[in-house]
Design a protein around this ligand. Structure first.
Ligand code: SME
Length: 170
């Protein structure tokens, strides 16, 4: 991976190598997310850049981004993809299940998930990982794919490591 911040414009150039094994890909994604959020205290800026990284590093996604936990519901945060549902109650859909349980939701077929919220009709599979701070869910990271069963346990482990990294930065 090439990580380059070009002064004075501070342009970041993250170039994941194509076709790498997922653990390596996620290690590079994590390093890029660490580099781009380190020392930046603005949560929106950090979520926006990490959403962009998800789109650059992870193939076959139609949506990737954040929902923030605010007063018992999830509110749309920075993302890449089509415009999405703005507010999701805890317990509703895949994101709401992740937030209510504080557990990753790996959904190979969204049509088989009771209560799935179809923000983008193209979505076929989904992975949602909670971001926990002090034991409380403060956000979820949501990735959608147009391919059935796009995500596996390695994707879940990778996004969970990302969630841990971001817990104090968003
Ligand atoms: N499908 C999600 C809603 C969010 S969108 O996918 C961006 C859900 O069921 O919670």
């Amino acid at each position: 991976m090439a990580v380059r911040a070009t002064a004075p414009a501070a342009m970041f150039d993250f170039s994941p190598a194509p076709g790498q094994p997922k653990p390596e890909l996620y290690a590079e994604l994590l390093a890029a997310a660490d580099a781009i959020t380190a020392g930046e205290g603005d949560a929106v800026a950090n979520m926006a850049n990490v959403a962009a990284l998800l789109g650059e590093f992870l193939p076959r996604l139609n949506w990737a981004g954040f929902y923030r936990a605010i007063e018992g519901e999830l509110v749309l945060g920075p993302f890449i993809g089509r415009p999405a549902c703005i507010r999701i109650p805890f317990g509703s859909g895949v994101c709401g299940a992740a937030a209510a349980k504080g557990e990753t939701q790996l959904v190979p077929d969204v049509h088989a998930f009771p209560g799935h919220i179809a923000c983008d009709a193209a979505s076929r599979s989904e992975l949602v990982v909670p971001v926990l701070r002090g034991g409380a869910v403060v956000a979820v990271i949501d990735c959608d794919s147009p391919d059935p069963a796009r995500f596996d346990a390695e994707d879940a482990a990778g996004l969970e490591a990302l969630a841990t990294l971001l817990a104090e930065r968003i």
